[in-house]
Structures are given as structure tokens and as C-alpha cells.
Write a protein that binds this ligand. Structure first.
Ligand code: 4AD
Ligand code: MG
Length: 431
């Protein structure tokens, strides 16, 4: 007799196996009890037939409450109607721990209650599916870069300076010195691009955003490529190739999960096809004004504007050449109009908002020094960053993609809180 994972059972028809897991659900009818067991790899219907099992097995099955931990031994049988096409005819049942008061019952629960029980909520069918999609996306991201010769460079989490503005920094004490949780690994990637050419980082980033929206987390995972000698037009191509490949990959590998989430996947199909629409910032302003928004040239976009800018085609859109003053200090000015930056934001369709922010970087020492001054940034903390323009300056570009917003889009969720195992949000640090 062998131990088996539920996902392996279709290959083990006719054999006797032991499956270890938790009771997901149960129903009974006369001499039959149907135990739905989950083990993380799938869901299995284990059938207990009273005349064919010892009395104790029957009684134990009757006692079982939701999420009791257990193992069952039995024969794998083909059953076209069962999930996975198989069920188990139970011979033995062993309760590891009887559980009779699991808080998350199949009835509806409020969001606050579910968030307080996030550590248990992860076991639900929906949350299970979302984490699988996230897992697939992360793997696809790493593969995308690995295949193209990018080198993974992990950036530090504790840093002495800000990357994306000083208003959203989490500050901590570093043996008497001020330290901040990283908002982005970008500044540390640029030197690595001089060492390796094509690099990326992928890790947690932190923003003390006092905003309570369905798109913001305090802690989120960002993947950031940085490429030496890459100019702005190629950066747009890279972002487009990246996102279209990731969407195609998840559509291909996560069919079962997306079905469980009742995601209308036809809405994702257009994003697998390139090119994506590209809109100059000035045209985006005009488009918004025509739709009745009261935005002026020079304004940044909020969530509503982003939603309105999303394309009817169902593809992400890339907004380019933002006014320099609403973007970060390190962005290369547009040679045709230096008041604009060679910056891009990619906006996902269906109201999911900005998923990518990127730019060509300033390569001139003098200009970068001037920008650090203009933004009132502490020069000492950026000396090392200026070195990259002192010793072999080179044009380079990169972007950052927050994966939680992408998971929300792929899964069709109305809030990013379900896209990360343990969300950190305004007023939520537990569990
Ligand atoms: O546009 P952002 O701020 O860009 C940067 O941090 C650059 N340094 C990246 C780079 O060029 N290497 O953030 C990039 C992306 C956003 O487009 C969004 O997807 C995500 O990070 N993001 C957030 N996701 C969830 N919650 C938040 N509070 C987020 N802030 C940014
Ligand atoms: Mg941005």
C-alpha cells in the first residue's frame, strides 16, 4: 500500500492507496457516507459503505467535523462524475485530530471575519485557486527572464534612502541610524546592470500609503528588470512581450483554477496578443477631458482616470511621456521636450489600473546631480548611485510590475487583499 497525493490518483486506478488530508465536506445517504477530502493537491470523494467497513470506521466517519485531519485507505475507482474522474472506496479511516468547531463554514462570511481568519481562509477552494495562479505567475516571471539571459540580483530590503518619493517610507531604527524598508529595488539594480547587462530583482517592497483602495497594499511583491543600453522604445516592447507571455502562460496552465474562480477567460485572451495600444500622455489627457474628467495637462491620474483610459479592445494600454514633474527623480527627459520624461505606465483592462511603471534612466552625472538637488534628496545617501554615472555611464531602462494587481486582474478579483497570502493593509497587520 502506498501513500498518494490526490492529484496522482487518476494514474492509480485499481490500486490501494493511503491519502492524508483534511475533511472538506461531508454528506450521507443511508448506508453511504461521502467524505470530501482535500490534501492541497486536489479534492477527493472518499466513499464509506457501511456493510463493507468495520463498525469503528463507520462511526468515526459519522463523527468527523469540517477540517478534521485524517487519513483514509482504500481502492481508487474510476468515476466519470467525480472531480478528477476518480473516487476512493474506503477500507480504513484514521482520525489524526477530530475537529468540530471550524470557524469558516460553507455559509457566507463577512470580509473582516475572513481577513481575521486569513490563516484558515487560505484552505478554501477560491483562495487555494488564487494562490495557485500566483504561484504559476511567479514561476513564469522567473522563466521569462532566465530564458532571455537576465541575471537575478536580489536587492536589499533595509535601505538608507528613498526611491519612489519620501512620503510613503516605512522608517525603522538601524543601530542609531535611520533606515527605510525598500520601496523598489531599482536603484540597486542599475549598478548590477553595469556588471551583468540584463538583470532583474523580484521581492517584497513596502509603501506606507495612507490610501485604502482595492489596489493598494503596504507590502507587495515587485518584479523589476533593468537593461544596459536599452532605450525607451525597446523598453515598451519588453513590457509588452513580458505581460502578453505571462497572460498566455497562466491561461494555458491554470485553466482549472480560473474555472473555479468563474473567471471569464475570453476577457484575458486579447492581452495575449501584441502589440498593445500606446497613448501619449497629452492624448490621454485629451481623451479623459472628452469623457468629462476635469483633468489638466500636468495632472497625475487616479484610479478612476486609469479605469477610463483602459482600452475597449481588452488589451492593456501603455501611457507614455508623462510630465517630468509628476514622475520620479531618476527618469531621463524626453529629448524632444525636456519637460516630459521617458516614462511609461501600463494600465490593465477591466478597471485593474496601473500594473507597470517604468522609464529610461538618467545617464548624465550632471543632470542626475541636479535632480537630486531639485527633489531635496540627501546627497550623501546617493553618492554610490551617482558613481554609476561617474564610472562608465551608459543608457539603461527598466520597469517594475507589482504582481498582486496582476493576480487580481488574471483571477478577476475585486480587491488585491486576496492575491497575497498575508495582506498588509491600512489598519491590518494581523495575522
Ligand atoms: O510605479 P512604481 O512606483 O515604480 C517603481 O517603483 C519603479 N522604481 C519601478 C522600476 O522602474 N524598476 O511601482 C511599480 C508597480 C506599479 O505599477 C504597481 O503595479 C505596483 O508596483 N505598486 C503597488 N502594488 C500594490 N500596492 C501598492 N501600494 C503599490 N504601489 C505600486
Ligand atoms: Mg507608478
Amino acid at each position: 500500500m502506498q501513500d498518494a497525493e490526490i492529484r496522482q490518483l487518476p494514474e492509480l486506478v485499481g490500486q490501494e492507496v493511503r491519502v492524508r488530508g483534511w475533511l472538506f465536506n461531508k454528506r450521507s445517504s443511508g448506508k453511504l457516507q461521502f467524505l470530501i477530502v482535500r490534501d492541497g493537491t486536489g479534492f477527493l470523494q472518499a466513499v464509506v459503505f457501511k456493510p463493507e467497513v468495520p463498525q469503528k470506521v463507520w462511526e468515526d466517519a459519522e463523527k468527523l467535523g469540517q477540517e478534521s485531519s485524517l487519513w483514509v485507505v482504500g481502492t481508487v475507482r474510476e468515476d466519470k462524475r467525480a472531480p478528477g474522474g476518480v473516487e476512493l472506496t474506503v477500507k480504513e479511516l484514521e482520525i489524526y485530530q477530530l475537529c468540530q468547531d471550524y470557524p469558516i463554514t460553507p455559509k457566507e462570511h463577512g470580509v473582516a471575519f475572513l481577513m481575521d481568519n486569513r490563516h484558515l481562509w487560505l484552505r478554501s477552494r477560491r483562495q487555494h485557486a488564487i494562490m495557485r495562479v500566483r504561484n504559476e505567475l511567479c514561476f513564469a516571471i522567473r522563466e521569462f527572464f532566465y530564458k532571455r539571459g537576465f541575471v537575478l540580483i536580489d536587492s536589499p530590503i533595509l535601505t538608507p534612502a528613498a526611491c519612489e518619493g519620501t512620503s510613503t517610507l516605512f522608517q525603522t531604527d538601524y543601530f542609531g541610524e535611520k533606515a527605510y524598508l525598500s520601496q523598489s529595488g531599482q536603484l540597486y539594480l542599475e549598478p548590477a546592470a553595469a556588471a551583468h547587462g540584463k538583470v532583474y530583482c523580484f521581492g517584497p517592497t513596502f509603501r506606507a500609503e495612507k490610501s485604502k483602495t482595492r489596489r493598494h497594499l503596504m507590502e507587495f511583491w515587485m518584479v523589476e528588470p533593468e537593461v544596459a543600453w536599452m532605450r525607451f522604445p525597446e523598453l515598451l516592447d519588453l513590457a509588452e512581450e513580458f505581460v502578453s507571455e505571462l497572460v498566455a502562460r497562466v491561461l494555458d496552465r491554470c485553466q482549472e483554477e480560473l474555472k473555479r474562480l468563474e473567471r471569464d477567460t475570453s476577457k484575458l485572451e486579447p492581452a495575449t496578443r501584441r502589440p498593445y495600444p500606446r497613448i501619449d500622455y497629452a492624448d490621454a489627457i485629451a481623451k479623459l477631458q472628452a469623457k468629462g474628467f476635469s483633468v489638466q495637462f500636468g495632472d497625475d491620474f487616479g484610479g478612476d482616470e486609469e479605469t477610463a483610459l483602459a482600452d475597449e479592445s481588452g488589451k492593456p494600454v501603455m501611457i507614455t511621456r508623462y510630465p517630468a514633474h509628476i514622475k520620479a527623480f531618476y527618469m531621463e527627459p524626453d529629448p524632444q521636450d525636456p519637460t516630459r520624461a521617458l516614462a511609461v505606465d501600463m494600465i490593465a483592462p477591466e478597471g485593474y489600473g496601473e500594473i507597470i511603471g517604468g522609464s529610461e534612466r538618467i545617464s548624465s552625472y550632471e543632470l542626475l546631480e541636479q535632480r537630486i538637488r531639485e527633489h531635496n534628496l540627501p546627497r550623501e545617501a546617493f553618492e554610490w548611485y551617482l558613481d554609476i554615472r561617474r564610472y562608465g555611464a551608459f543608457p539603461h531602462s527598466g520597469f517594475g510590475m507589482g504582481i498582486e494587481r496582476v493576480v487580481a486582474w488574471l483571477c478577476g478579483l475585486d480587491h488585491v487583499r486576496e492575491t497575497i497570502p498575508y495582506p498588509r493593509m491600512l489598519y491590518r497587520l494581523y495575522p
